[in-house]
Design a protein around this ligand. Structure first.
Ligand SMILES: Cc1ncc(COP(=O)(O)O)c(C=O)c1O
Length: 371
């Protein structure tokens, strides 16, 4: 039973007895690293996404960087979204490439395909990393067209989009390869750091397998300069349990999103995310609204016990390290800059009760009714 005085958290990972038992069992009975749970998690995750291969890693960042290294990103430019977590671009630098950006569309908050094509041409880029931001699938067919016209690779950043679908196909199975994150805030997590590469390309999968494991081909023989970036068996055991529930959890998130959308679509001056339709099945990792009065609304909701988030207050190109290293400046990607000043992530997690969601909507309405 929800009491008005209870604080409503913005996000909340799931940890159950089933996961605790799986973790303890893995610690007692499995190898700590690369045990049976890791092998099974990879098999089950590749089946879930619908790719031939899934290669676990220690993080989503490692998964992205290893894909790029495996396809020879070094010395080449890669285009990604400035409105994402910084790892969407850092991975390019980790792989020895050079990041370039294309602005987002204010319709779906994802990288705009037309802007991406221009950026590919201008930078003679080797590929694009579209980010399915907040679990919203990008309009992938447009990226596939760019790929065939310009002969570039498409690597999906699926770190926020476990289970999302585009035209009936799972996110993570659309591009040359994709990367997922299992960081604790994600729709599914291994309750620690963890990541996964998904691909149909055997060569990419083989190289990623080696890269995460010190470049090994056998115990003490190495044919690549690799990293220590494996997933532990305990984390994999937890991931396997979460994978069994992700479908229901995503349904729950979509049902929360529907309540938000129904109640808030009448509020003047409020931007709402795209809702599911026959081509796009988002999974609402976040439910992000936009308003020019973002900071005021955030403080007001906080005063009413409603925690919110900002994803993200600084676009990647304006991060100090990117300004200093690459000379990006304000005005370079205007939609992303406007969006970063107006976006607000409402509470979104599977423990939210409908009554709480309605209370959040009433409070947002109350804010705009005052004047
Ligand atoms: C869009 C996006 N890309 C990449 C990453 C990197 O994942 P990780 O934190 O597991 O390295 C994250 C998650 O934090 C993310 O949200």
């Amino acid at each position: 039973m929800f009491l008005i005085r209870d604080k409503i958290h913005q996000g909340s990972p799931v940890f159950t007895k089933e996961m605790e038992d799986a973790a303890v069992d893995a610690l007692r009975n499995d190898r700590y690293l690369y045990g049976e749970n890791v092998v099974k998690f990879e098999e089950e995750f590749s089946r879930f996404v619908g790719t031939k291969h899934a290669v676990s890693t220690s993080s989503g960042t490692a998964a992205l960087a290893f894909i790029l290294i495996s396809i020879g990103a070094e010395g080449k430019k890669w285009v990604t979204s400035p409105m994402s977590f910084i790892a969407s671009s850092n991975c390019i630098i980790h792989a020895g490439g050079i990041p370039a950006f294309a602005d987002i569309s204010l319709k779906d908050y994802c990288i705009d395909p037309d802007a991406a094509e221009k950026a590919v041409r201008k930078n003679k880029a080797a590929g694009i990393i579209p980010v399915h931001i907040y679990g919203q699938p990008v309009d992938f067919d447009k990226f596939a067209e760019i790929a065939s016209e310009h002969n570039v690779k498409i690597i999906e950043d699926a770190c926020q989009a476990h289970g999302a679908k585009y035209k009936g196909r799972k996110i993570g199975s659309l591009g040359d390869a994709a990367a997922f994150s299992f960081y604790p805030s994600k729709n599914m997590t291994v309750l620690g750091d963890g990541g996964m590469v998904t691909t149909d390309n055997e060569e990419i999968a083989d190289i990623c397998r080696k890269l995460r494991d010190s470049g090994r081909i056998s115990k003490y023989e190495h044919d690549l300069i690799g990293y220590t970036a494996r997933m532990s068996s305990v984390n994999a055991a937890i991931g396997r349990v979460q994978l069994r529930h992700i479908g229901n959890w995503n349904n729950k998130r979509r049902s929360i999103a529907r309540i938000y959308n129904e109640r808030l679509k009448h509020v003047d001056g409020l931007g709402l995310p795209q809702m599911p339709d026959k081509n796009f099945e988002p999974v609402f990792h976040q439910f992000v609204i936009t308003t020019e009065r973002r900071d005021e609304l955030k403080a007001y909701l906080d005063d009413h016990g409603i925690e919110t988030g900002i994803h993200y207050p600084i676009p990647i190109h304006l991060q100090p390290v990117y300004r200093n290293r690459f000379g990006f400046k304000e005005g370079d990607f205007k939609n992303s800059e406007v969006f970063s000043k107006s976006c607000l992530s409402l509470p979104m997690h599977v423990f939210l009760e409908d009554e709480q969601v309605r209370f959040i909507c009433e409070t947002v309405e109350g804010f705009f009714d005052r004047r």
